[in-house]
Ligand binder design. Structure first.
Ligand code: ADP
Length: 399
């Protein structure tokens, strides 16, 4: 620890990318950040922003995660006055085993690797990120922070699927939920802004990025969420369908001759906003197409907003009242139109939207976009890196 101001290196290791940031926990400032992308290809590139507005773009042809992180550490060494105290890793699936962030040891890495069955695209690169960082920074404590951990408070009636019980006991097939770090951050942040204890609040949080989910947080605990065993369940997303009739698989198999893997792929990569609009997976492009009278783009936005509103009302079944609805993620933070359309479908809760506050994304009003009467709605920018840094610092400093 340096100057009593711990800095945490946060790593988010994906299959072909490695995102990082260095945060000073006390001031919550970002000292450096960037991404090494297209790893394993000739076009691999490191984008690095450091202290004193230092910006670097460095080609790293055919670099793997190890050489990318080595390069990042090299640049950090040159641009940071102090060393980082610990490394926090974003890990997608913690199964039922990890109810909280965990200090990494060999057993923890093995458990993360074992959970790859449940998150084959995400857990292997996450575990690899931990192995590489432990090797290159052997004296720094490493902490794993799980997307699923915040949802481990779901009660059994919310996490069990209505399928034969043997599948839960054999394979732990159940609803897990994701985006937990984001839901935890935005609900804590709203409580701070309202100057009320989180333990007094009953909230709904809609995280709308490329992946989208919504969560009910009662007195600081997640009690239900829209994603399930995998991040495919729930509301409509950029390329993911969200909920469909499970019989769709058989239908498509018989009519299109697709196998189950191909159908899951189709629901994961070719559906959602992209599938309905035929324009893009990206909400900004779809809204532009809608403005140019593209009927399918308009339909995609309508389906997206209606299905989200419907899911939010479903989540409310676990609450006694709704003290606030939070919008976050790229779409939630930036699209006044989407927020307004979702609220149009929530008239049963009587939100009174303030056009100006909504247009300004709540920035002039501590996040609030609705009047005091009726459902209170807020825009709270998420900050998963900060949440990971906080949890990492809390674990490491408490040792
Ligand atoms: P990720 O889930 O990959 O972190 P983001 O949280 O950055 O993604 O969200 C990406 C989504 O946010 C995209 O659909 C993008 O079009 C949308 N988005 C970003 N800015 C705007 C905007 N100004 N208006 C509407 N949508 C936006």
């Amino acid at each position: 620890m340096t100057n009593g101001k711990p800095q945490i290196l946060v790593i988010n290791s994906g299959s072909s990318s490695l995102k990082f940031s260095v945060l000073e926990v006390q001031s919550e400032s970002v000292l450096a950040s960037g991404i090494a992308e297209r790893l394993g290809t000739a076009e691999a590139l490191l984008k690095f922003s450091g202290a004193d507005a230092k910006k670097i773009e460095e080609p790293l042809p055919n670099a793997d995660h190890r050489s990318a992180l080595r390069c990042i550490i090299h640049h950090l060494g040159a641009s940071l006055p102090n060393e980082v105290a610990a490394v926090g890793h974003r890990i997608v699936h913690g199964g039922e085993y990890f109810r909280d962030a965990a200090i990494v040891d060999e057993e923890v890495v093995k458990r993360i690797e074992e959970l790859s069955d449940l998150a084959p695209l995400h857990n292997p690169p996450g575990a690899q990120g931990i192995r590489v960082a432990s090797e290159l920074l052997p004296n720094k404590p490493q902490v794993a922070v799980f997307d699923t951990a915040f949802h481990q408070t779901l009660p059994p009636h919310a996490f069990h699927y209505a399928i034969p019980a043997k599948f839960y006991s054999r394979f732990r097939i159940r609803r897990y939920g994701f985006h937990g770090t984001s839901a935890q951050y935005v609900t804590q942040e709203l409580a701070r802004r309202l100057d009320r204890p989180l333990g007094d609040l009953q909230l709904l949080a809609a995280h709308l990025g490329n992946g989208c989910s919504a969560t009910a947080v009662k007195l600081g605990k997640s009690i239900d969420t829209t994603m399930g065993l995998t991040p495919l369940e729930g509301v409509v997303m950029g390329t993911r369908s969200g909920d469909v009739d499970p019989s769709l698989h058989l239908f498509l198999q018989e009519r299109e001759g697709l196998n189950l893997r191909e159908i899951t792929d189709l629901l994961t990569r070719e559906s959602g906003l992209l599938g309905v609009s035929g324009v893009s997976h990206d909400m900004r492009s779809i809204l532009q197409a809608m403005d140019a009278d593209n009927a399918r783009a308009k339909l995609a936005v309508d389906v997206f907003c209606y299905r989200l509103a419907r899911a939010l009302l479903g989540l409310a079944a676990g609450l006694e009242r709704i003290d606030g609805l939070i919008f976050t993620g790229g779409i939630g933070e930036n699209s006044a139109i989407v927020r307004a359309r979702v609220l149009q479908h929530l008239q049963i809760l009587r939100p009174v939207i303030n056009q100006r506050w909504n247009e300004h994304h709540g920035r002039e009003n501590d996040g609030r976009i609705t009047e005091e009467t009726g459902l209170s709605c807020f825009v709270i920018p998420t900050n998963e890196e900060l949440m990971i840094a906080r949890q990492t610092a809390a674990l490491v400093l408490s040792r």
